[in-house]
Design a protein around this ligand. Structure first.
Ligand code: ZN
Ligand code: ZN
Length: 337
C-alpha cells in the first residue's frame, strides 16, 4: 500500500538505456511494487563499471540503468520511512538454487538495472523486502552507496581463506580493486596491490597497504617497485583485462588460488595445462554479503570518501555517465532527491 500523497505522483524521471543509447526520460510510470516488494524513493546512486559495460553493449539490457543506491521506503508497513540499500538479485523462489537459499544464483533471477528489472538511476524503484537492509545511522548517504561493491569485495574472504601469513597480490586499482584491497588487508596478510595509477594507489598507501606500479613488460618477475620475485599464495584479478589475468597468474605459486573478481568483455586465452600441472584453483567471485559491508562502513574501517570524484543531479545523468568513463575518474554519484 502506498500513501495518498504518493498516489498523486504518476510519472517519474529516469535514465533509460536502450540499444547502447542513454536518454533521460521524464515520463516513466511510477513503478507499482508487486506483492512482497517495496516502493523505494532513491536518494543517491553510484555509477559502476557494469553500467558502463551495459552501455557499451557487453550484455543486452533495456530499461532504467543503475544498481548502487541508498533510498527511503515509501510503501506503508514496518519498513516505511527507513533508509535502505538493497541486494540486486531478486529470486524466483522456486528453482533449485532458491530452495537452497542461494538467491544470487537463482536460475530465473532478475537483477536490478542489469537484467529484466528497472534500476535506480530514477526517482523510484521497487525491490523485494527480503533484499533490503536498513542503513545504520552513522553511515552517510555517500558511504551507503558503496554497500553493494563493498559487499562484492567481501565475497573474497567469504570464498577464500586468507591467512595472516599468506602472500597476496591484487591486480587492479579501479573502484572495486581499491575496495577489495582494503577488505583483504583486514586479514593481516602480506598484500601488494599493483595498478597503473599513482593517484588511485595513493588511497591505499595512506592506509599502509603496499602498492606497486604496473610494468606490463615483464609480468612475472620482480619488475615493479616493492614487489620481489617471491610468488603469491593468492592472486586476485580485478582488472577484467587479459593482461591483468596473465599478470595475476604469473605471480601465483604452485597450489595457489586465483580469484577472478572481474568479468571479461572478450574471450580469454588460458594455458589450461599449466593450471593442471601447477594445481591452481580458480575462483569466480561476484555478489557478496550486504550486512557485513554495512557493518564495516559503520565501523569506519573502509575509506570510500576518497573515491568520490564527481556528483551530478539526475537531470545531468547522461553527462555523469560520460564523466564516469574518463580516465582516472573513480566514483561518480547521482544526487536523485
Ligand atoms: Zn556495481
Ligand atoms: Zn530461483
Amino acid at each position: 500500500m502506498i500513501s495518498n500523497y504518493q498516489l498523486q505522483i504518476t510519472i517519474v524521471r529516469g535514465l533509460w538505456l536502450e540499444k547502447q543509447h542513454l536518454s533521460l526520460r521524464k515520463n516513466l510510470p511510477l513503478p507499482t511494487p508487486p506483492h512482497g516488494e517495496a516502493l523505494i524513493k532513491i536518494i543517491r546512486a553510484g555509477i559502476c563499471n557494469t553500467d558502463v559495460e551495459l552501455l557499451r553493449g557487453y550484455y543486452p539490457y533495456a530499461g532504467v540503468l543503475g544498481h548502487e543506491f541508498v533510498g527511503v521506503v515509501e510503501s506503508d508497513g514496518e519498513w516505511k520511512g527507513k533508509r535502505v540499500v538493497g541486494e540486486i538479485n531478486a529470486r524466483c523462489g522456486k528453482c533449485e538454487a532458491c530452495l537452497h537459499k542461494n538467491r544470487n544464483h537463482c536460475e530465473h533471477r532478475t537483477v536490478l538495472g542489469i537484467q529484466d528489472r528497472n534500476g535506480v538511476f530514477a526517482e523510484y524503484t521497487t525491490l523485494p523486502y527480503e533484499n533490503l537492509h536498513e542503513v545504520p545511522h552513522n553511515v552517510s548517504e555517500d558511504e551507503a552507496v558503496f554497500t553493494e561493491p563493498l559487499a562484492a569485495a567481501l565475497q573474497i574472504p567469504q570464498q577464500v581463506q586468507i591467512h595472516p601469513e599468506d602472500r597476496v597480490v591484487l591486480i587492479g586499482d579501479g573502484k572495486l580493486g581499491l575496495l577489495c584491497a582494503q577488505v583483504v588487508a583486514l586479514s593481516g596478510c602480506d598484500l601488494t596491490v599493483i595498478g597503473k595509477h599513482e593517484n588511485k594507489l595513493e588511497i591505499l598507501k595512506r592506509r599502509g597497504i603496499k602498492t606497486a606500479i604496473w610494468n606490463p613488460k615483464s609480468p612475472t618477475s620482480g619488475n615493479v617497485e616493492d614487489v620481489d620475485s617471491q610468488k603469491a599464495d593468492v592472486a586476485i584479478e580485478v582488472t577484467g583485462s587479459p593482461g591483468g589475468f596473465e599478470m595475476a597468474r604469473g605471480y601465483l605459486r604452485g597450489g595457489g588460488r586465483l580469484v577472478l573478481k572481474s568479468t571479461y568483455a572478450g574471450k580469454l586465452t588460458l594455458d589450461i595445462s599449466s593450471i593442471v600441472v601447477d594445481e591452481i584453483t580458480i575462483i569466480g567471485s561476484r555478489c557478496g554479503p550486504f550486512k557485513a559491508a554495512l557493518d564495516l562502513l559503520a565501523r569506519k574501517l573502509i575509506d570510500v570518501g576518497s573515491f568520490v570524484h564527481a556528483r551530478y543531479t539526475l537531470d545531468d545523468a547522461v553527462t555523469a555517465m560520460e564523466k564516469a568513463q574518463e580516465a582516472g575518474v573513480l566514483k561518480v554519484l547521482l544526487d536523485v532527491s
